[in-house]
Design a protein around this ligand. Structure first.
Ligand SMILES: CC(C)(COP(=O)(O)OP(=O)(O)OC[C@H]1O[C@@H](n2cnc3c(N)ncnc32)[C@H](O)[C@@H]1OP(=O)(O)O)[C@@H](O)C(=O)NCCC(=O)NCCS
Length: 297
């Protein structure tokens, strides 16, 4: 009897492991497999800062991932949830999320869901709140714009940490001082008014080029002032910025700089509503003009 040369294997056992035990190249291959731009360094940053799990097959290969990023005691974001394409729609995503949620039982949660993941998160009681536009492209020379009168623009340094963490907390709704501390070696600008930081921005290498974010400001003019120099410094290079601003001067400015909408994700929350509360606040309240990243919020 001649044995079949191929055999359909549609089920094999997987186990959960800490993401820090996973091979970085395999994590990188996992995200490339779903068309994401992350570099090995981006994964390394995520796992040094956050926590996570991987799904390993019997041979120890990474077939899935899920991460979470605690901010303060009561909130966390979830991200980098991936199932290898050949395993999708077999329950792995749900299984990974169950592990994540078990670690975060008493926290309010936020995430930015791709189209592929929306159904998964809805079934886990996440509620859609807002849409994030992933704006990117080859940056063109930004239009000349004066900074708002009565303000000064300057590079950020470590002495600014407490002030930017406070501003970010007001905009984001949770303490991200630990994240901002890690980002501080990146290029950052602060806009001061009466000697006090009123807006700030960071720009760091990520994916195909650089990403601008987080950006916190109380109005479009301040937000433009803190990102303009980043765009100027990366003119002709690949640049990305994730924002919830759909229209207005900030959104127009991005278009003029060659950053057009490439895709969108949906911000969802579980537990206490997250953004809907902040979006109803009076104008002049600091808000997040650009995300630190889809996973980081
Ligand atoms: C999103 C993702 C992680 C889901 O993983 P998965 O292993 O397929 O998830 P599951 O098999 O547990 O399915 C979860 C739910 O999505 C549904 N689903 C899975 N694939 C689907 C598809 N192609 N079309 C429609 N629904 C689908 C399932 O029916 C299930 O719904 P239910 O909970 O109502 O039964 C996976 O599709 C993926 O890695 N996508 C690319 C990366 C990505 O977008 N990650 C999300 C980041 S926020």
């Amino acid at each position: 009897m001649i044995a079949d040369k191929s055999k359909l294997v549609d089920s094999f056992e997987m186990r959960i492991a800490d993401i820090n035990t996973a091979d970085l190249e395999q994590l990188h291959a996992l995200s490339i497999g779903v068309g994401w731009p992350h570099r090995g360094d981006d994964w390394q940053f995520a796992r040094e800062f956050g926590k996570g799990v991987v799904a390993l097959d019997e041979a120890g290969r990474v077939m899935g991932s899920a991460m979470w990023f605690p901010y303060g005691e009561h909130f966390a974001t979830i991200g980098l949830v991936i199932t290898s394409p050949r395993l999708q729609a077999h329950g792995t995503g749900h299984w990974l999320m169950d592990h994540v949620l078990a670690q975060l039982a008493h926290r309010n949660l936020g995430l930015n869901a791709t189209r592929a993941a929306r159904r998964l998160y809805r079934s886990l009681n996440f509620t859609p709140e807002s849409v994030v536009a992933q704006c990117q492209g080859e940056a063109s020379l930004p239009p000349e714009v004066d900074i708002p009168s009565g303000t000064e623009l300057r590079p950020l340094d470590t002495a600014d940490l407490a002030a930017i963490a406070e501003l970010d907390n007001e905009a984001f709704g949770a303490d991200r001082a630990a994240l901002l501390t890690r980002l501080l070696p990146a290029r950052g600008f602060g806009l001061t008014r009466n000697g006090k930081i009123a807006a700030f921005s960071f720009c760091r290498p990520f994916g195909r080029g650089h990403v601008i974010g987080p950006v916190v400001a109380a109005n479009d003019a301040d937000a433009i002032a803190v990102i303009r120099l980043h765009v100027a410094e990366h003119t002709g290079e690949f640049l990305r910025l994730d924002t919830r601003e759909k229209s207005g001067a900030f959104s127009d400015f991005l278009s003029h700089c060659g950053l057009s909408v490439f895709d969108t994700v949906t911000t969802m929350s579980r537990g206490r509503p997250w953004l809907s509360v902040r979006e109803s606040w009076p104008s002049g309240t600091p808000k997040t003009y650009a995300l630190a990243g889809h996973a980081l919020g």
